[in-house]
Design a protein around this ligand. Sequence first.
Ligand code: ADP
Ligand code: MG
Length: 428
Amino acid sequence: SYRKGGYHAVRIGDPFSGGRYIAQRKLGWGQFSTVWLAYDTLTSSYVALKIQKSAQQFAQAALHEIEFLSAAADGDVANTKCVVRLIDHFKHAGPNGQHLCMVLEFLGDSLLRLIRYNRYKGLKLDKVREICRCILTGLDYLHRELGMIHSDLKPENILLSSTIDPAKDPVRSGLTPILEKPEGNANGGGGASAMNLIEKKLKRRAKRAVAKISERRVSMYGAVGEEEASSKSERCLDGIDMRCKVVDFGNACWADKQFAEEIQTRQYRAPEVILKSGYSFSVDMWSFGCTAFELVTGDMLFAPKEGNGYGEDEDHLALMMELLGKMPRKIAIGGAKSKDYFDRHGDLKRIRRLKYWPLDRLLVDKYKIPEAEAKELAEFLSPILEFAPEKRPTAQQCLEHPWMNVVSTQKSNADNVESQMNNLHIKG
Ligand code: ADP
Ligand code: MG
């Protein structure tokens, strides 16, 4: 996709926005963009540069994301509300077209990487609590103060953050600054190399400050690559203060101005979205519940698959009911798509025999969490996973829940994980 309308090819040392930002290293990519670590020569700090594909629909999506990120930044001047900060945005002309670029504060690994790093065993409950506090702070802000629904909350879209400045503490942050001549030239080829004197000057200044990430995996916490992680038996996150921020506002909407019927990533999708019964803020709470469970256990809460004679949606609904009990008939038959999956009694049409395994038992039996802790955790999560959207607690109410305010040092361990959630029910 490095062609017309597609990604912009970037080389280390490439200047952006008149030379203010210098590309350092690729951090990640999505369907629409590549994300680069860049050095901001104006503020002498590191930033994340999200460079959108150039075609019209991608530019439109970037403008959408900028609208939501700007609103979030405007309402949070002190930058304490656990949402990624938009620093700047501009257009960049390249051989594949005009690319909208977003300059974001530089964050660390995603929670998905953290879960992997921990070898899918789940995190200790006090770590989960710290992470949940950040996510809920972010959601409470988006929902209550801005009227915004994120619509794609999941571990991948929550990034670790740190109070450590990577420029000031390169060792702890996993960054190794070295003075190095940047490789290549932004305008190499294409004949567009009419870089003016000012740009050259800026670039020279930036070169002096240029830093390169070491071969180790980038992380604010010095987390390592998956290979190294899997070769070690113990993953120690003790003493690390878990903070994180919500990112990726490409699918966000206003509660009173929605754009899409089908929202959220499959595994984190709320039942009312599947049934098309209309949605609001509480869809983010559902995704939050799924995410919290995944942090505790290392497993996705729901991993639906299509099977013989039924689709992914119906399997998903079956998995939900096996964990949470039968869906109230009124809710089951209340959506525009209800008739595709439910009969008029509120029973699934194609998956008839459900094997119930309630959350508190699952936590004890499968994940070996001590009874008392499992009970407390299930008491926290169950209301968040209510089928009736209006019965789910708000982010603010969750922050006040006793589980969020426990001081505990006990550990949760999810060893001996054998069977998978999706093998639970007998289909047919
Ligand atoms: P998309 O909308 O294309 O999914 P994201 O905003 O989710 O794009 O970014 C894609 C990836 O880039 C992320 O999963 C992450 O690895 C990385 N990334 C995004 N924003 C930042 C940031 N602020 N700091 C560090 N890495 C980031
Ligand atoms: Mg993303």
